[in-house]
Design a protein around this ligand. Structure first.
Ligand code: PAF
Length: 278
């Protein structure tokens, strides 16, 4: 594995790619969820690139930009063992200049749910993903795939739309949510949870399990499902419980194979999200 810290060096090494390229963008503090993306990229491509970049433009004021966990050495080891070819770790100065051209998230899909709770977050996220996709594919690989987890469902849908709207030559691969054995969806932010908070946080995945039980019993009414989920979430400071289709349009009734059930809330000071695609 080669660790690359400059854009010039990245362009040099990606010149040597003579096959398909799989790319996994991350903000570091890698866990099993990231590892599963990397492993899938490894299985499906000749070359695998992982980036680690804590992107400042997607954090709002008062969010955890400064405190965001950094584990560069451990991350590099994980990547190396997983067979990554290139680990790209740029600096903020390399990625941004002062007066930048901006990308704005679409006005409906980008401004509901996470978009309301974190205004501006998606603009910054799309901006950096566009940059990273262009950087990794600078030398026009034979085929180019980028891997994103379904856990950040709205992010995944918006990136897919950006790629379509801007005619970017990349295939976006949605990857399954990875959970701990107790059901908690893996997230780099889980390390902020105390022991007690972690137990409380399990209500998120339990509420989704409850929703899936209801759907299996043929309860398709969205407001009934939301009410039942809220009962499970009693100890969580819930931000939203929402049911949308795969285009992120609100639903009144479950559409099988076209529904995402989403939940967001705070446990102590930690904001958590989770979802279920049915
Ligand atoms: O999901 C993330 O970790 C980030 O939003 C991403 C896609 C790496 C962009 O900074």
């Amino acid at each position: 594995m080669v660790t690359v810290n400059s854009i010039e060096e990245l362009f040099e090494v990606t010149k040597l790619f003579n096959g398909s390229v799989g790319f996994v963008p991350t903000m570091g503090a890698l866990h099993e969820g990231h590892l599963s993306l990397i492993q899938q990229a490894r299985r499906e491509n000749d070359f695998v690139v992982v980036s680690i970049f804590v992107n400042p433009t997607q954090f709002l004021e008062g969010e955890d930009l400064e405190a965001y966990p950094k584990k560069e050495k451990a991350d590099a080891k994980i990547c190396e063992l997983a067979g990554v070819d290139i680990l790209f770790i740029p600096t903020i100065e390399m990625m941004y200049e002062r007066d930048e051209l901006k990308i704005t998230a679409p006005s409906i899909r980008g401004f509901i749910l996470e978009g309301t709770k974190r205004p501006g977050h998606f603009d910054g996220m799309l901006q950096v993903v566009m940059k990273l996709l262009n950087l990794i594919a600078y030398n026009k690989p034979k085929s180019f795939r980028a891997y994103f987890g379904k856990k950040d469902a709205q992010q995944l849908v918006l990136i897919t739309q950006m790629v379509k709207n801007y005619f970017i030559n990349v295939e976006i691969i949605p990857c399954p949510i990875i959970r701990d054995s107790d059901g908690l969806a893996l997230s780099s932010r889980n390390i902020y949870l105390s022991k007690e908070e972690r137990v409380k946080a399990l209500a998120l995945s339990r509420s989704l399990k409850r929703a899936s039980e209801l759907v299996m019993q043929k309860e398709f009414d969205v407001s009934t499902i939301q009410k039942e989920m809220l009962k499970v979430l009693i100890e969580i400071e819930v931000e939203y419980v929402a049911l949308v289709n795969h285009q992120f349009q609100a639903l009144k009734y479950i559409e099988l194979n076209n529904t995402i059930i989403l939940v967001a809330g705070r446990v102590g000071r930690t904001r958590l999200i989770d979802n279920l695609w049915i």
